[in-house]
Ligand binder design. Sequence first.
Ligand code: UDX
Length: 432
Amino acid sequence: MKLCMIGTGYVGLVSGVCFADLGNDVICVDKDLSKINSLQKSIIPIYEPGLEELVRKNSKSGRLKFSTDLSTSIQKSDIIFICVGTPTKKNKYEADLSQVYSVANIISKNIKSFKIIINKSTVPVMTGDKLEKIISKKIKKNLFSVVSNPEFLREGEAIRDFIYPDRVLIGTSDKRSNRILKNLYSPLISKGAKYLNTSRRAAELIKYASNAFLATKITFINELANLSEKLDINIEDVSIGIGSDKRIGSRFLRAGPAYGGSCFPKDTRALVYTSKASKTNLSVIETVIKSNNKRSDLLLKRINSILNKKIKNKKITFLGVTFKANTDDMRESSSLKMIPYLNKRGAKIRYYDPTGKKSEFDKFKNVNYKPNIKEACVNSDLIIIHTEWNEFKLIDLKRIVKKRNFIVYDMRNIYSPEKMRKQNIKYFGVGR
Ligand code: UDX
């Protein structure tokens, strides 16, 4: 099939490349010329394991193309995927849909034969209705169909998540589109993915509800971790204990810093906004947002007590600063709150991240990037394990810190407290 992906951000690029790998002809379009120039040379703007190889392979085979020419790309394709950003509006909860609507206008000017227009961007319920309205101002309704097909890709695992999704969700009541899309996704369905056809509005809500539910699960276990710390219980036992109940499920029950990234914070806010606009109360999700916003302050308090309230001049090392492992994404990472706070209180911060230096910290005096774990850790007073990269899991800390009485604050619980104790390392985890 001939596909056009509009937007080469995370969702558009990964989905486009994977669709090409399944044998489709795909044009990925973006208005950012320098990005398209790089992609044409197989230079990838984001860190995502396995993506570069797939871009190279499918570009070489001619199935994957990159372009800035949106109009021609739309005309050449049967299925158009809208994959542009839907950030939160400045200082508000509401999602900014200006990019989605601007793309819809361009699409409406370029439809000459039947097209399926798929919204993959995460959008509030009824955005599909609005898209249909915009396009139908110029185009007869039998020449297009607007479908919701949300993605559930995790950064760092996106290719695996695309190829082996738990479900493929198609929101449409149009039988023809449903048939075509079931065929497009048939290679994934035959590998076990559940195919779900719902109304368009339901598909839009399922996307937000999924992220809000996962965010709730994490916040739930994070709050229980606070309680476990007070009661001398290991939260890992609690996670396993409750997660073994199939009705609860074991995933997304890892206690840690505040959840971050490009989806959970933004989507929970947007869902609350939708509920308010519909005069409905989503108090659970509102509480999740509040609790998560407070989480970094709570962890900073713990750092303060670990250091006996003496933060000034302490050498503090952050291992990992992105919002989680296997990504270079800094969006809504808790390190963006913690590092400036500690810096302001006079700590000397060094950080190492496998995805390199972060411009977000350039403006701070005494916050320095180090190119490897060793240089970041040597002579530190406190090592904070902020993300769970594999390369942080087996560090011989005693050997590389080379200092007596250093402390480890393992915010991802990747080390065994017993082993640390045996090595005489002062160790703190989360909820244990
Ligand atoms: C998420 C959804 O998982 C994905 O389906 C959606 O399409 C996009 O948003 P992503 O933001 O890439 O994906 O990361 P994810 O792995 O879900 O983690 C989100 C945040 O939750 C991270 O900050 C992570 O550290 C945190 N998390 C996750 C926990 O603290 N504990 C867990 O058990 C799981």
